[in-house]
Design a protein around this ligand. Sequence first.
Ligand SMILES: Cc1cc2nc3c(=O)[nH]c(=O)nc-3n(C[C@H](O)[C@H](O)[C@H](O)COP(=O)(O)O)c2cc1C
Length: 368
Amino acid sequence: MSVWTKTDFTRRLSIPYPIIQGPFGRGGSSALLAATVSNAGGLGSYGANDQGPAEITKIAADIRKLTDKPFGMNLWVSTYDAGGETLTTETYERVAKLLEPYYTELKVDVPPMPNSKPQNFDDQVAALIEARPAVFSFVFGIPSPEILRTCREKGIVTVGAASTVDEAVACEQAGVDCVAASGFEAGGHRPSFLKPADESLVGTFSLVPQIADKVKIPVIAAGGIADGRGIVAALTLGADAVQIGTAFLACDESGTSDLHRKLLFQEDAKNTGLSRAYTGRLARGIYHRFAAEMKEHEPLFAKYPAHSWIVAPLRAAALAQGRDDLVALWAGQAATLCRHHKAAELFASLIKETDELLKDRFSQPRKR
Ligand SMILES: Cc1cc2nc3c(=O)[nH]c(=O)nc-3n(C[C@H](O)[C@H](O)[C@H](O)COP(=O)(O)O)c2cc1C
């Protein structure tokens, strides 16, 4: 096995390759995808932010039916923003009025006032710890010292997420085992927790070496990596592992919709942007009509997750009608580098490309 695979991260987890399939919340993950990546020698992950304790227990069991290798499970430490845990009639009516033209266009009724609740993080984490995945990764904050201590006692490796150097330092100081440096190229939500997400937009190329210089814990580069070139660059910048999201999301095994998968392979996937339009929290996806039209109305939005409760039926109706202009299509800036439909083939080509690049690095001029 090549020398590049031996990092603090692979040693810590006793896995062959420093490649993580990024967790996807809200149904983007699947047991099959996580198990396929773990079976190939990487670390498969499952994003369970939307699931309650019983579902978390079942997900872990489902993954274990498909692999006996280490895998990760992911939660969101803060499950709501201030004011987003409940919905007032006033906020509901304001957002419903804003969305009414889209509901009318899709020929579905504006949903009645939702009666939803955010997930309870403590309950989720208790189920996750009980399930004992090899890795517990998290975004939007740092779990309590007690949770981190319990993970350590049970041999669960913890992985925090940082969108800035300060967040990475905070993770290390709290006793988190590893940190994912999430560059703003990444698909999905920005994981920021010390400052607002819009004030924490650092690219992977800048973020990874600065975090690697500041912390001693293993650093995982996330955002904009989709092939061997990205892996070599990330390792050169000081990363101990890479976390790849969009390229795995595009594979048949992921939990996303066929429409989403299809669009990730089209030219338009090069146009991504950050928007709060779908959930109330800032996230990167293919930047289309709904995100663009909602931009100027952002001050009217409800907070996370209350905003998503009113938008969710619109997304579902748009998806059912194949309306790619109104459905959330999370994607990172490197989306047009997606080439593989099978996760095992993507994984094999990541290894081959990295091996070849490192072998040829200094012996050949750069290919153009
Ligand atoms: C659809 C989607 C959902 C995601 N959900 C989560 C999540 O729940 N938790 C998390 O830590 N990261 C989440 N991410 C981030 C990925 O795990 C990964 O870090 C990121 O996609 C890497 O950047 P890339 O998309 O450029 O490869 C999500 C990404 C996408 C595309």
